[in-house]
Design a protein around this ligand. Structure first.
Ligand SMILES: Cc1ncc(C[n+]2csc(CCOP(=O)(O)OP(=O)(O)O)c2C)c(N)n1
Ligand SMILES: [Mg+2]
Length: 728
């Protein structure tokens, strides 16, 4: 349950004592000296990047001392050296990051310096992407609240991801989320405030306002130049706008903010005005865009000088004592640098470690259920007693229900996924349960804490899922249409999929993102028919699943939920309720491992590699080819696109020597390009003809059915490819 600390690092109200003031100065000064030491190392080309916390130290140290390391949670940004130092990251650990050492505890040499991470201290891995961390902080706070209300969910369990996801919670922890004033322009800032406010979450948003975002002054980013004025009407917040160069004012502001959060009143917003004496980073020179007068005015507000003067003025330290304290801290910084420079460099052999879970492999036979259970047996325990074959939509819904019954860590949210957000309505109405009804009845069975509507904001959905998942929860979220996944792309590419690799295995975000995808809808048009799976298979760290029938959807979704990697689960809308591919309920433990293709139709003449809604179309084409032209096509349904079953492809191509890769997505730069290239590379000797591809025209999907038919590959298109290839 984490390190039990009963109070903040500096707890007592009233005036700070001499020791506390000296300690604050020590932390602020040491933070600055580590920056100075790194700047020296950068000039000597011994490190490769430097960004400093200079000018922010008072605000940061104040925040840290109001909170509890290893108990509260920290989502810092790249400027938070003073914060992390005061929370407990050591100077050596900091400079190990700068030199990119193997022993860099934050990332093992994978991230730039000041991209923090410490499991011990509850500092979650920082990315360079500004603002994304705020939504993680929101999800993290939600998870803490969930565990405190459902402590049984924190139990360890064998046989799925929970064996590797330790849970700690206390019930009154606070989450600190830090951001620069320029980054408050990002939509995700507002999306984070939205949920924190609405759900009264214990998140302290700390805005470190140094007046610039690289060279862009605050009034360009923030209408009126003051973010506090803009956010003032968010309900449930505690607000404070302070002089962030005054350490005591900062500490007090954060103590009040933490009190508000711990009492359950809601989030807090602490806006500190600080300075930026060292330009944006060592790659920037603010003399290019700031007047001398402005820079001088900033320098007059240096928090270090301010604190030093106070110690002298109040007789807490003499000039000699300050001198000697500073000398010892200088020595500490330089010794840390000397030691870090001797550290071993990371081993090149390990570069792909932690792209995916090292502990739980979703391709392993552990996830293979040989056969679905007999219906009679499954029907007794599983939801729905019908022995009739059921649709893909049905068996996805059933899988979600089964898994939620089994695992209290699973929560579901997204746009319209609840039955009714206004619960009292459920006394008289049936409920919505998703625009495609895939989540129907789940809120009614599991309650509004486990199944709920999100705001209409896709980054919010995925960003919060990252926060939930890194606390050990299993969010299974829905993006309503693939066409609208793009606002979440930043979170998917830069956060969800990267969390494990960039933290060298310390953190991970094994969430499931379910997404209805694809066309063939007759009238779906441009914005309800998109494909685009190869954009996501190109992302390391993400599993991409694309079932073509009800049974596969059920078994693969179960694996997606039980595994320990983030999964993009693509559900073809056209297949949801098709007659093709229906199946009887396979039982509550039916699972299919990732990376195992299915032979839909064995054949001797041509291999046809495909997936999704092209599977039934390919089958139709293959049947015609056989009946009318005597061509025997073997169809492989890949089922999962990342990983994919290379072995099955290779075996089949060695047998047939002719291969087509067919998909619904556009031809150029599509998923087939990669498979075709690999076949050409590794199976060249086995081929009797060039590798052929079938895909949509390189355009968008139109509304008029006559246009849609021409744009998307049809059975006739596939048949023609089969005939052409056989004739080659
Ligand atoms: C999403 C994103 N866009 C752009 C950048 C490049 N960038 C890095 S820092 C920065 C300015 C941030 O300014 P602010 O939020 O005020 O923080 P400060 O650096 O001043 O502390 C920019 C544009 C980035 N890292 N992430
Ligand atoms: Mg700034």
């Amino acid at each position: 349950m984490g390190i039990a600390v009963s109070s903040a690092q500096v707890g007592t109200p009233g005036r700070l004592g001499p020791e506390e003031l000296v300690n604050i100065y020590r932390l602020m000064y040491l933070s600055r000296r580590i920056d100075d030491r790194e700047i020296l190392l950068k000039r000597q080309q011994k490190i490769f990047f430097q960004v400093s916390g200079a000018g922010h130290e008072a605000l940061q140290v104040g925040a840290a001392l109001a909170l509890r390391p290893g108990y509260d949670w920290f989502f810092p940004y790249y400027r938070d050296r003073g914060l992390c130092l005061a929370v407990g990251v050591t100077p050596l650990e900091m400079i190990l990051q700068a030199v990119g050492a193997e022993t860099d505890t934050a990332s093992g040499g994978r991230q730039m310096p000041t991209h923090w991470s410490s499991r011990k201290l509850n500092i979650v891995s920082t990315s360079s992407s500004t603002t994304t961390q705020l939504l993680h902080a929101v999800g993290c706070a939600e998870a803490g609240r969930y565990f405190s209300r459902h402590p049984e969910a924190a139990q360890k369990a064998e046989g799925d991801y929970r064996a590797y996801r330790d849970v700690t919670f206390h019930g009154d922890e606070v989450v600190l989320a830090c951001v620069g004033e320029g980054s408050t322009s990002q939509g995700e800032f507002w999306e984070a405030l939205n949920t924190a406010s609405n759900q009264k979450l214990p998140v302290i948003f700390m805005v470190e306002d140094n007046g610039y975002a690289i060279s862009v002054p605050v009034e360009v980013n923030t209408p009126g130049g003051n973010i506090s004025r803009l956010v003032a009407n968010f309900p449930n917040f505690h607000f404070a706008e302070i002089d962030g160069t005054d350490a005591e004012a900062s500490l007090r502001a954060f103590q009040a903010a933490a009190d508000h959060c711990r009492a359950g009143f809601g989030p807090a917003f602490v806006h500190g005005h600080c300075i930026r004496p060292y330009s944006h980073s060592l790659s920037d020179d603010d003399k290019l865009y700031r007047s001398a007068a402005e820079r001088e005015a900033d320098a007059m507000r240096d928090p270090l000088t301010r604190m030093q003067m106070r110690l002298l003025r109040e007789g807490i330290l003499s000039a000699e004592q300050i001198n000697s304290l500073e000398k010892s801290l200088d020595r500490e910084a330089s010794e840390a640098a000397d030691q870090a420079l001797k550290a071993p460099l990371p081993s090149v052999a390990n570069v792909t470690r932690h792209v995916y879970s090292e502990d739980l492999d979703p391709t392993s036979p552990n996830f293979a259920t040989e056969e679905p259970k007999a219906e009679g047996e499954a029907g007794k325990s599983g939801p729905g007693k019908s022995a009739l074959p059921r649709t893909m939509a049905d068996l996805i819904n059933v899988c979600l229900r089964d898994e939620m019954r089994r695992d209290p860590r699973i929560i579901i949210y997204g746009e319209d996924v609840a039955d009714a957000s206004r619960e009292h309505a459920l006394n008289e109405v049936k409920g919505k349960g998703g625009v495609f009804k895939l989540t129907a009845g789940l809120q009614t069975e599991f309650g509004s804490e486990r199944v709920f509507n999100s705001p209409l904001a896709e980054a919010n959905i995925v960003g919060r899922a990252v926060g939930y998942a890194l606390r050990g929860m299993k969010p299974v979220v829905e993006i309503q249409f693939f066409d609208y996944i793009w606002p979440a792309m930043h979170q998917i590419r830069n956060e969800l999929s990267l969390m494990r690799w960039r933290s060298n295995g310390a953190w991970a975000a094994p969430a499931v993102v379910r997404v209805p995808i694809g066309g063939y809808l007759t009238g779906g048009a441009i914005y309800h028919s998109q494909s685009g799976e190869s954009t996501f298979t190109h992302i390391p760290g993400l599993r991409v699943v694309f079932p073509s029938n009800a049974l596969d959807a059920n078994g693969l979704l179960r694996t997606a939920i039980r595994c320990d990697d983030p999964v993009l689960f693509l559900e073809h809308k056209r297949l949801y309720r098709e007659t093709y591919g229906r199946a009887v309920y396979p039982g509550q433990d039916f699972a299919i491992p990732f990376g195992k293709a299915r032979v839909v139709r064995p054949g001797a003449d041509i291999t046809l590699v495909t997936y999704g809604a092209v599977v039934p179309r390919a089958l139709q084409a293959a049947q015609t080819a056989h009946r009318e032209h005597g061509i025997d096509v073997e169809i492989l349904d890949l089922r999962t696109l990342s990983p994919y079953d290379w072995q099955a492809i290779a075996e089949s191509v060695r047998k047939t020597s002719r291969v087509i890769v067919a998909h619904e997505d556009q031809l150029s730069w599509g998923y087939g390009a990669e498979i075709a290239a690999r076949i050409a590379d590794e199976l060249f000797e086995d081929l009797d003809a060039p590798v052929k591809r079938v895909g949509a025209l390189d355009t968008f999907v139109a509304y008029a059915p006559v246009l849609e038919d021409a744009i998307l590959p049809q059975p006739a298109t596939i048949l023609k490819a089969i005939q052409d290839l056989k004739a080659y």
